[in-house]
Write a protein that binds this ligand. Structure first.
Ligand code: HEM
Length: 171
């Protein structure tokens, strides 16, 4: 086997934008990728995909893949308007909620032009979650505790001072 895994994509490749070789595919993809040859996949940012939001030029992003459905809009059984409002965002939920059939999903693959470029995001989601937990969670708790119990150390110091004075006077 040797070397890394390359992901295989059914998307057609065109010239133009960023083309990359993807290493380390998702767990679910490994099975099929072992025997396949490396292929080039174009990456598009959401910003770029969202420019294509008209009847004459319509891209949708579903499951981190980018589909140019311009030629299919007129034939789409759900109409063109639902697809148009699904542009410029992750339309995975909209697509799933419509309850598309297996054949619809197969047909969809013929419109795939590339994948979503998620690398430009400054912090990965996992990192964001753990950062939130560590800093906001703990420091917030500490702040609350400090606010709530600041009287205890102050009282201890005060009592010690009083006891100290009394002790000195008795002498
Ligand atoms: C990306 C390519 C897409 C393809 C190839 C596609 C294909 C299809 C097909 C073949 C159907 C008929 C029912 C079925 O076989 O499941 C359908 C229905 C439908 N589609 Fe899509 N679709 C796409 C994207 C979308 C998107 C992005 C939306 C956004 C919400 C959407 C919304 C719907 C709705 C609401 C229906 C139901 C229509 C009805 O039952 O009257 N589709 N689509």
């Amino acid at each position: 086997m040797g070397g890394g895994f390359y992901s295989h994509h059914r998307c057609s490749s065109q010239t133009g934008t960023k083309e990359v070789l993807r290493l380390a595919p998702k767990e679910s993809e490994k099975q099929k990728t072992v025997k396949s040859m490396p292929t080039l996949t174009k990456l598009y940012t959401m910003q770029e995909a969202s420019q294509h939001n008209t009847k004459d030029d319509c891209w949708v992003v579903i499951d981190d893949k980018v589909y140019d459905v311009t030629s299919y809009l007129d034939e789409h059984p759900g109409g063109d308007d639902v697809v148009l409002v699904a542009t410029g965002k992750d339309a995975t939920d909209d697509f799933e909620d419509a309850g598309h059939s297996e054949s619809a999903k197969e047909l969809m693959q013929s419109f795939c032009i590339g994948e979503l470029d998620t690398s430009s995001s400054p912090v990965s989601p996992e990192l964001k979650i753990s950062t939130n937990k560590e800093t906001t969670g703990y420091s917030q708790k500490l702040m609350d505790l400090t606010k709530q119990y600041w009287t205890i150390p102050v009282a201890i110091v005060g009592i010690s001072v009083v006891v100290g004075f009394l002790y000195m006077y008795k002498k």
